[in-house]
Ligand binder design. Structure first.
Ligand code: AMP
Length: 298
């Protein structure tokens, strides 16, 4: 695996590589886990070569958020990416990505202010800006993102459409711990007791999915069931429990035509997110995110 730290060299190497091979791209902020590696695996299955990036992007953190304490484990990450078969790793510094005087930003109006964008103002402006820059540097045919960050997927799909990026966004399923907790770099910042508490996000989604299985499609009933679960632990602060259209991220009243059911909560000082996607009800069949109910033990 070749490790590159400057945008100029990365652009040159990617351009040369694309003369003969298809290139998949997996952007990350490091502190890698099996969720990230599942994206690399998928990219390798669908492309000739895979570029990953590790960059903790300062512009997507608001002042007072966890930029400084965001977990970092570069050596370990390199070993994991290498073992997974990654071709190129782009690992720039903050100064390399944002040279003094940089003032250009990408804003996905509307979408960027919903869900996480509502509670983290400016977050998706930072995400869209860094991903646009990375797309220009890497120039991949396909880029792989996790469905765990469902709002991010919606924002980036809109950006790709609106700015004519010649990139196909591939959204990959959420990888979970055995007990159902969605894998996240931020899980490393949880204390032992908060690690137990963190399961409440999965339990809330499970409560909604059980109602769905029984035929409930009213968003308000599903939302109430999730909020009841959250209310059982006074030390967890809910940010949102939302039932929205997966593309517009706007609230919907009924899930029959498909829905994104998304939750965010503060567990101790760590903010966690999770979600499930409901496909539209066809032939009275309910399709939940694959294996959500079967594989995890609540
Ligand atoms: P991050 O390093 O948190 O910015 O994540 C980099 C990419 O990995 C994003 O596209 C995330 O959505 C994805 N990702 C993070 N956690 C998971 C997970 N548990 N399962 C699948 N993809 C994930």
């Amino acid at each position: 695996m070749q490790i590159i730290t400057t945008a100029r060299e990365m652009q040159q190497v990617c351009r040369a590589l694309k003369m003969s091979r298809t290139l998949g791209f997996v952007p990350t902020m490091g502190a890698l886990h099996d969720g990230h590696l599942s994206l690399v695996e998928r990219a390798l299955a669908e492309c000739d070569a895979v570029a990953a990036s590790i960059f903790v992007n300062p512009t997507q953190f608001a002042p007072g958020e966890d930029y400084e304490i965001y977990p970092r484990s570069f050596e370990d990450d390199c070993a994991k990416l290498e073992a997974a078969g990654t071709t190129l790793l782009f690992a720039p510094s903050a100064e390399e990505m944002y040279p003094a005087g940089a003032t250009t930003f990408v804003e996905v109006a509307g979408l960027g202010d919903r869900l996480d964008g509502a509670s983290r103002p400016g977050h998706f402006r930072g995400v869209a800006t860094v991903v646009a820059k990375l797309f220009h540097i890497v120039g991949p045919e396909r880029a792989y993102f996790g469905q765990k960050d469902a709002a991010q997927v919606a924002v980036l799909r809109a950006m790709i459409r609106d700015l004519n990026f010649p990139v196909q966004l591939v959204a990959c399923p959420i990888v979970r711990e055995r007990d159902g907790l969605a894998m996240s770099s931020r899980n490393r910042n949880l204390s032992a007791s908060d690690r137990g508490r963190a399961l409440i996000l999965h339990r809330a989604l499970h409560a909604a999915s059980k109602l769905l299985e029984r035929g409930e499609t009213r968003a308000e009933a599903l939302r109430r069931a999730m909020l009841e679960v959250f209310a059982s632990d006074a030390e967890v602060r809910v940010d949102y429990a939302a039932i929205v259209d997966p593309s517009t991220l706007l609230p919907i009243a009924d899930t029959s035509e498909g829905a994104l059911i998304a939750v965010a909560a503060w567990v101790g000082s760590t903010r966690l997110i999770d979600n499930i996607v409901i496909e539209s009800l066809r032939e009275d069949k309910l399709v939940l995110e694959s294996h959500f109910m079967e594989e995890t033990h609540v």
